[in-house]
Design a protein around this ligand. Structure first.
Ligand SMILES: Cc1ncc(COP(=O)(O)O)c(C=O)c1O
Length: 410
């Protein structure tokens, strides 16, 4: 049996609404973006909500505005462990990303943010890694005191709270992403996101920027790519890769979808269905995370740093012991039928080559997650256990080497 990574939890309703858009030709334009904006504004009230083509499109527009308001400042504080698209968005805006130390959960350490705030700091971008909430209220207080803009990067969550407040609603603006493995998934590459404007003074200016965005294009091809290569990969295997190669050999045009744009009608329609199903998707993930946590208790040298009982997570990411050869382990797991992934491997900067959290990040192993039955989770964990046991160097079984193990226990 193959245990594959899940990129989205789609029911027949998502396929039905997508088929409707394709058959009526309402793929790029239609009324769904407006309905999605209203649904998000209702959820995040009093913030305003602007659906766009990527989460980082929201960051891009916010940074451009911040820069125009405070031209003398050029630094943006980010966690040393972060999605690379956020870092490139900062650089493309002509600003300088400054990596700030993260804790074991890979979220910003508020004390490290406080220390890094300075006269050149324009903004702080604070994500909630793999769904685990950062200490965002503390960061918000410090940003306010330092008169620094705050982006509450809720790319991986929708409707989750910290201290009773919705993630994404802290600071000046928030963002949500609809890319694969997020809370709401509509596709991959340009399939959507939302800019939340929490500071009402910024709203008229950001509304103008959103209205100036170009219409999306090429969304039907992007949809087929997602369904073929991600959702149906169980049946289509590597055929998408070979088809793309043939197309490029025949001179097929590789249209870029990376530019900021509005969200497509097709993806906004799917997002609306996902939003209606969110409570069920969320409950299934909370249950699956708890089942993983229980099954992993038998692996004392493997940590699950983002987990807490009842917490929604966007991914299952394990922190493996230092002695593990990650590439060899993944190969072995693949051979045993377990598809895995790694975390973000590139640090923001080489400034912290020995930072413990970054070294941890390079040992992270992502396992299949989503609407999984307890039995499948137990099976996956028992395969992980036997692969780890097989890989464990014999000298570690000598009690004199126990320091190796304790350093990585939960
Ligand atoms: C924490 C975080 N911020 C921002 C983004 C960017 O989102 P998008 O790919 O929609 O631009 C991601 C994407 O994975 C993310 O994980």
């Amino acid at each position: 049996m193959h245990h594959r990574l899940h990129y989205a939890d789609w029911s027949w309703r998502e396929y039905a609404v997508a088929a409707g858009c394709l058959l009526t030709g309402r793929v790029n334009k239609g009324s769904a973006p407006q309905r999605l904006a209203l649904a998000f504004a209702a959820l995040y009230t009093p913030s305003t909500a602007y659906p766009v083509n990527y989460g980082h499109t929201g960051i891009d527009m916010a940074l451009a505005l911040f820069k125009s308001l405070r031209p003398a400042r050029n630094q943006v504080l980010v966690p040393a462990y972060i999605c690379p698209s956020v870092v490139s968005t900062i650089e493309q805006a002509g600003l300088v990303p400054i990596p700030v130390q993260v804790g074991a959960d890979l979220n910003l350490l508020p004390e490290a943010v406080r220390e890094a705030l300075g006269p050149s700091t324009l903004a702080v971008i604070a994500p909630h890694m793999f769904g685990c909430p950062a200490k965002i209220a503390e960061i918000e207080t410090d940003c306010r005191q330092a008169d620094v803009f705050l982006v509450d990067d809720a790319a991986q969550v929708v409707g989750e709270r910290s201290g009773g407040r919705l993630l994404g609603s802290f600071g000046d603006v928030g963002i949500v992403s609809f890319a694969q493995s997020k809370a709401i998934v509509t596709g991959v590459r340009g399939s959507g996101g939302v800019l939340l404007v929490n500071n009402p003074k910024l709203d008229p200016l950001l509304r103008d920027s959103v209205q100036a965005l170009p219409a999306p294009h090429g969304r039907a091809a992007a949809f087929v790519d997602f369904v073929w290569n991600y959702l149906w990969s169980r049946y289509t295997g590597n055929s998408g890769y070979y088809l793309a190669r043939v197309r490029s050999l025949l001179g097929g045009v590789n249209k870029t979808t990376a530019r900021p744009a509005r969200i497509g009608n097709l993806e906004a329609s799917i997002a609306l269905v996902q939003l209606r199903r969110l409570a069920d998707i969320r409950a299934a993930k909370i249950e699956a995370a708890a089942a993983y946590h229980a099954a992993l208790a038998e692996l004392p040298d493997v940590a699950f740093p983002q987990y807490a009982p009842g917490r929604y997570l966007s991914r299952i990411m394990l922190d493996l012991p230092a002695w593990v050869d990650l590439a060899a382990l993944r190969k072995n797991l693949a051979w045993c039928g377990v598809e895995t992934r790694v975390g973000y491997l590139q640090p923001v900067s080489a400034d912290y080559p020995d930072d413990a959290a970054l070294l941890t990040a390079r040992r992270m192993l992502g396992l299949p997650f989503g609407n999984l039955k307890c039995g499948e989770i137990n099976k996956i964990c028992s395969i992980v256990k036997s692969c780890l046991t097989a890989a464990r160097p014999a000298f570690l079984n000598n009690p004199r080497h126990e320091t190796y193990q304790t350093a990585h226990q939960r």
